[in-house]
Design a protein. Sequence first.
Length: 484
Amino acid sequence: MGMAHPLELEELVEHFTLYPDETRLLRNKSGATRLGFGLSLKFLLWKARFPRGRGELPDNVIEFVAGQAGVPAADIGFYDWDGRQVKRHRAEIRRVTGFRECSVADAEQLTAWLAAHVCCREQRADRVREELLGQCRAEKIEPPAGTRIGRIIGSALQRAGDTLTARISGQVPPDVQERMVALIAAASDDPGADAGDGADGREVFAAIRSDPGNVSLNAARAEVAKLASITAIGLPGRPFAGIAPRVLAGWRARVTVEAPSHLRAHPDEIKFTLLAAYLHCRQTEITDTLIDLLITIVHRINAHAEQKVVQAFISDYRRVTGKENILFKITEAAVGEPGGLVRDVVYPAAGGVETLIGLLEEYKAKGGSFRQARQKVFKASYTSHYRSGLIALIGALEFRSANTAHAPVLQALELIKRYKAGTNCNTQYYARGEHVPLDGVVPPDLRELLYKTDKRGRPRILRSVYECGCSRHCGRSCGARRSG
């Protein structure tokens, strides 16, 4: 055993100062006995246990107590840490301080306390041990030997686990238990060997356990299928209310590494608790993944639209002869005479007001602003490629907000989901008389694309354009809340 590290002066004074009532206990003792008794007393009050030997006592602690006891520090070498005398000293110290050895009844009490107050939220043995030692100090119980501590911790963890699994599995209805059993009954320990019933050709359970692929509509569809499979199990509303996140994460991790055959072999209480915990966690994780996919896909459509429009504008700009020279001359003239009048500086540099008017008319004739052109490309990309995937993604998510400012968006999402469920994509318009929220849902520069005249000459709202605007708004709002 190595020598203990010296204590700072403040610690020495705080923990190893002999007070008058403690000094009186040394009157009938001398030499090594006097010093060993004093050190044992103060060490117990400091660590809530007796020292195991000389090696646990720093040299400056021995010198500090020896000076107060009036005994040479070297006398500690004559103190017998394992003899009958030290047992008598410890018995006397226990009577004075109120500490006691850990009895069988104490061990049972500590086990019950750990199971009820610690192991229900903490499964790591080292952390449970810290809590156990703290409770021993509070109850003035000397910590048991190392192997006995291990048995107490193991028993408490087992007892807490049994209590929690009984509680959780008891909240899982019989029909949900049947679907859980069916989920893993068809699962193979080697799911890659056979094609199953999963939407992507894999077993359903293997698909649920798989990680998402690269950002794409196929990845979004696969995640939607996973979420639908979990939703179909029908987990109860709040089975894990009051369960510590670390405990829940431990159950999830356990299912992650266990083969389906091992899961099937568990007793029902453990099996249903583990599966419920895993599916609950995966449901949350897949929902987060879908939100990330929504944000990323909408950003990708925006970026593609902007890049395409920028290239078109640049190409168009370069096709008109002389625009570069006109811009250069205007800039040079304005910099040369920053205080001059526009008609005296800018018009002559541009070649006359007629040239500027012609450029303005040409710009208007070519289709409006950059933002309007970008919205047209965004709408075209959405309608031709992304629509079905994004609508499926939105349909799989549940959007909520306590902020009344988001009420129009929530109403719009419910409208989109309802029409997806009740109609097909070939239905162009929303029904006449349908309440279709616009403010806070569809950006102004997209609204000119929103309406189309039907065969009877009536303006109607196009579903595809409305979905496009709502998807873009949701992607931006989700991204803003994530970054905030």
